[in-house]
Design a protein around this ligand. Structure first.
Ligand code: 3ON
Ligand code: FE
Length: 509
């Protein structure tokens, strides 16, 4: 809070450097080579970093009300032999095509963007514009651009050409929600899987939990094939942006929020602006068995969650010593919403709560939940080494603010040792602003040599790839960090200005 600042407090950034990132992406590049301005690209880095985020924030002179209403724009950074190449494309959604043609917004946005013409022009238009802007993952030979309230869009992983809206071979009903937060199980049950969900929210909410093979199997199962599918209903409205997995459980946190759609129906607010936290009420953890067929009669368990609002989880695991399910999540004091009168570029950071990382230890046998802070510095977008997904990971990498307390833009990347609490920070301050970091593990030599243990790379061996808004250049840099010591390995200045993005993933193919 402003009042608690020491006198003479100097912010770590200037607002215009932060807000200069809010602009339209003006070009689509195809396989453009990138040269490091500092350092070298690791020769062992082989694969593609895919990123998604809002790329179009203005049409016909009207700005989106919230950047999360911007149309999805995918970037692909391809690495091989110490070289990097960049391709970027807007997802050709129905809404993007219509609005390109019209030169103005023809749909309302979930986060409050209205069509021109005031409430009367917006009332009773209840269509959701699937903007495919939240995450991008490769599943088999499809690249999926995700937006949680509707179906994925399929793209060509090489050219980023939009193939179209995908119902995953008839698996999804028209308009069915498909989360933007799949989790990649590295092989808890043998083969690697993509585990994900869809929510149908209402007075009773239903979660559909789906598991897909994420690699071709010797028994003929192909990457992208559905291997488990179950539905579970729960009392109350559920806003579930993310979840976590362990070998046995899919873990959801049902925030204590209410949804009053009337202002949306009447054309006064976007649908997400009709969500409000229920003051004084706490949420609930739902532990949903991942393979109901495999544990006969296993039913979801409901347990109390701490107060606060959660978008994202870091990870979850089962502690064999105690039988607890441990869930690490980023908590806000309240649901952070931007009211209809507020310009997001003028937002007062001190007036909105910051995210903080908290560990909950859930004891399914006694129904008790214990919690402790892992990181109270403002943080978001945390991940573990993908080989540790759902397991007891030692390290986490996340975006943090420069200042150690209070809410500020994300300007640094922190490596946190979850065992010792030791922290290492790389910072882009004062003129740089980070987005989500993606940890890419160093691959080990598969050839068995003497001392098999040494063939397994250390958990923190690899790189962290992070797009950084460079306020001095008014363009985006891609920064490659050494994941172990958080030193800068290379900086690539992109011939592209990308607004703050949402999520990305690494594909080794
Ligand atoms: O009943 C409906 C349920 C539902 C799923 C109501 C609804 C229409 C509002 C809805 C839709 C929800 C959607 C489309 C959510 C999209 C979320 C999104 C695009 C992003 C969320 C990001 C969260 C965080 C914490 C981002 C943080 C970013 C920074 C700190 C800095 O850039
Ligand atoms: Fe997210």
């Amino acid at each position: 809070v402003a009042a608690s600042q020491p006198t003479g407090f100097q912010p770590a950034y200037e607002r215009h450097d932060w807000s200069s990132a809010f602009r339209n992406v003006g070009v689509e590049l195809s396989d453009v080579p990138l040269e490091p301005v500092r350092g070298t690209i690791p020769a062992e880095l082989k694969g593609t970093l895919f990123r998604n985020g809002p790329g179009r924030l203005e049409r016909g002179g009207q700005w989106v009300h919230h950047p999360f209403d911007g149309d999805g724009m995918i970037s692909a950074f391809r690495f091989e032999g110490g070289q990097a190449r960049l391709t970027n494309r807007f997802v050709r959604t129905e809404g993007w095509l219509a609005e390109e043609q019209a030169g103005r917004f023809v749909y309302r946005g979930v986060f409050g963007t209205q069509k021109p013409g005031g409430p009367l022009a917006n009332a009773f238009d209840l269509r959701l514009k699937n903007i495919a802007n939240t995450h991008v993952v490769q599943l088999g030979d499809q690249l999926l651009a995700l937006w949680e309230a509707a179906e994925p869009h399929a793209l060509d992983p090489r050219t980023l050409e939009t193939r179209g809206l995908s119902r995953l071979e008839g698996l999804l009903k028209p308009g069915e929600a498909f989360s933007a937060h799949p989790r990649f199980d590295p092989g808890h049950h043998g083969e690697p899987r993509m585990v994900t969900f869809g929510v149908k929210a209402g007075p009773t909410s239903t979660v559909r939990l789906m598991e897909f093979a994420s690699a071709d199997q010797p028994d003929g199962v192909r990457a992208g094939d559905l291997v488990a599918d179950s539905r579970h209903s729960f009392k109350g409205f559920a806003f579930l942006h993310d979840f976590a997995i362990t070998p046995s459980w899919a873990v959801f946190l049902q925030n204590a929020v209410a949804f009053n759609p009337l202002p949306f129906v009447l054309g006064q607010k976007g649908a997400a602006q009709c969500l409000a936290s229920k003051p004084g009420e706490a949420g609930q953890f739902w532990l949903v068995p991942r393979q109901p067929g495999h544990h006969a009669g296993a039913r979801p368990l409901l347990l109390p969650a701490p107060e606060g609002f959660v978008f994202h989880h870091l990870n979850a695991f089962e502690d064999p010593a105690t039988g607890e399910v441990v869930v690490d999540s980023i908590y806000y004091d309240d649901f952070p919403s931007i009211g209809p009168e507020v310009d997001y570029r003028e937002i007062d950071f001190d007036s909105i709560p910051e995210g903080q990382l908290r560990r909950c230890r859930i004891d399914p046998s006694s129904g008790t939940v214990r919690s402790e802070w892992l990181e109270q510095r403002c943080c978001e977008f945390a991940m573990v080494n993908p080989a540790k997904q759902g397991l007891n990971a030692r390290f986490a990498w996340m975006a943090v603010a420069q200042r150690e307390r209070g809410n500020d833009p994300l300007q640094a990347i922190e490596k946190l040792d979850l065992q010792t609490g030791e922290r290492l920070v790389w910072s882009a301050a004062p003129r740089g602003f980070v987005t989500e970091p993606v940890m890419v593990p160093r691959l080990t030599d598969d050839s068995p040599e003497e001392g098999a243990a040494e063939d397994i790379a250390a958990e923190d061996s690899g790189w962290v790839l992070v797009p950084v808004w460079n306020g001095a250049r008014c363009a985006t840099d891609l920064v490659i960090l050494n994941a172990a010591d958080m030193t800068e390995q290379a900086v690539l200045e992109l011939p592209l200005a990308i607004p703050y993005g949402l999520h990305g993933s690494w594909s080794a193919t």
